[in-house]
Write a protein that binds this ligand. Structure first.
Ligand code: NAD
Length: 358
């Protein structure tokens, strides 16, 4: 049975890193007889340049028909001055909300070979393996009303709305409990229930779900403390579940614990497990076109895609093992390079993963 993948390289380093991921997926497609087919399209700034909008209706239709989507990253200074309604990020947000990709899985896994690249001491981070489950389709990034208005006194005021319905909280809660169940059975729900009503309800719903998952130990933590604990003693966490904005921030902090944001894949899933896969980082315009970006987060996103949306865990493991092997062999892109390791370009890293796949 064929599985159709929509590939959206996007902007900045997007095309460079997606090319490497596609190289790797094409290889496992051949060696494992996966029946994958690929189709490429535009989203983000490149789509604005061609169609005048960051996500064309035809692209969205293709995304709806695909079994999974592989995305590089969108955005860059070229499009920063455009009207907010057609900025590159709007395309990404529209894709997430139209396909109801509400469960964002962001693993923060420290490869033992990269302990030295972490900003924290080896004893604090070695063995780190956290999964952040971020609600992606609601919260303050989507809440209405929103905007910038002029008050009676002539001063301008920016405003956003932070809201979550019980059903939105329940569905992300269930995803997180399920994930915790498959891991070490610990789930920490992060909120700001001492200040924000929306997160008081969040906490109440998480508590209500807990008895249905007796094998999972649920705890709660305020977001300010969670930020502190992530850099103080990150190994206390197994699975963290949180809302859209807190998850955005905490997952980037967790990313740095692992050495580089260039190592971290992510999945954004709908209720049936269909989803979009992308690295946690952005389009890195500061290094675009230089051939130095780390493609491993995108390659590992491809592995997550095989596991979570396409039901091909063996091929996923083969890719993950190959990434471990190239790190063992000492290959490093600039962002994770340390003394005594071998510095390679984006495409050389992709080639090394291919060689490790055999
Ligand atoms: P960024 O993640 O693009 O870059 C932050 C830093 O990390 C930069 O120094 C960059 O060089 C480095 N970096 C990122 N990915 C790397 C990789 N694979 N290898 C090596 N180094 C890497 O974040 P930013 O600079 O805040 O944002 C740049 C643009 O990306 C903005 O337009 C932003 O809106 C967009 N963005 C897009 C997404 C997305 O598409 N999902 C996510 C975040 C930011």
């Amino acid at each position: 049975m064929t599985k159709h993948i929509l590939v959206l390289p996007g902007d900045g380093i997007g095309p460079e890193i997606v090319a490497e991921a596609q190289k790797v997926l094409t290889r496992v497609n051949d060696t494992h007889n996966l029946g994958l087919t690929f189709e490429e399209d535009l989203m983000g700034g490149c789509a604005i340049d061609k169609h005048g909008v960051p996500l064309a209706d035809e692209t969205l239709a293709r995304a709806r028909n695909a079994d999974a989507i592989l995305l590089g990253a969108v955005g860059g200074p070229k499009w920063d001055k455009l009207d907010r309604a057609i900025r590159p990020e709007k395309g990404l947000l529209k894709m997430r909300s139209e396909l109801v990709l509400y469960a964002n899985l962001r693993p923060a896994l420290l490869y033992p070979q990269l302990v030295e690249a972490s900003s924290l001491k080896p004893e604090v981070v070695s063995g780190l393996d956290i999964l952040i489950v971020r609600e992606l389709a609601g919260g303050i990034y989507f809440g209405e009303p929103r905007g910038i208005r002029t008050l009676d006194n002539g001063e301008r005021e920016g405003y956003n709305t932070y809201k979550y319905s019980e059903s939105e909280i329940e569905r992300i809660g269930r995803s997180a409990f399920e994930m915790a169940r498959k891991r070490n059975g610990k789930l920490c729900s992060v909120d700001k229930a001492n200040v924000l009503e929306a997160t008081m309800l969040w906490r109440e719903v998480m508590d209500r779900l807990a008895p249905e998952y007796p094998d999972v130990e649920l705890s709660h933590m305020y977001v300010d403390n969670a930020a502190m604990q992530l850099v103080r003693a990150p190994k206390q966490f197994d699975v963290i579940v949180t809302g859209n904005m807190f998850g955005d921030i905490l997952s980037d902090a967790a990313a740095m614990l692992t050495g580089s944001i260039g190592m971290l894949p992510s999945a954004s899933l709908d209720k049936d497990g269909r989803g979009m896969y992308e690295p946690c980082h952005g389009s890195a315009p500061d290094i675009a076109g230089q051939g130095i970006a780390n493609p491993l987060a995108t390659i590992l996103s491809g592995a997550m895609m095989l596991r979570y949306s396409l039901g091909m865990p063996e091929a996923a493991e083969a890719i993950e093992a190959a990434v471990g092997k190239v790190l063992d062999q000492g290959y490093r892109t600039a962002d994770i390079h340390t003394e005594g390791t071998r510095r390679v370009s984006t495409s050389e890293m992709g080639d090394a993963v291919l060689a490790a796949l055999g």
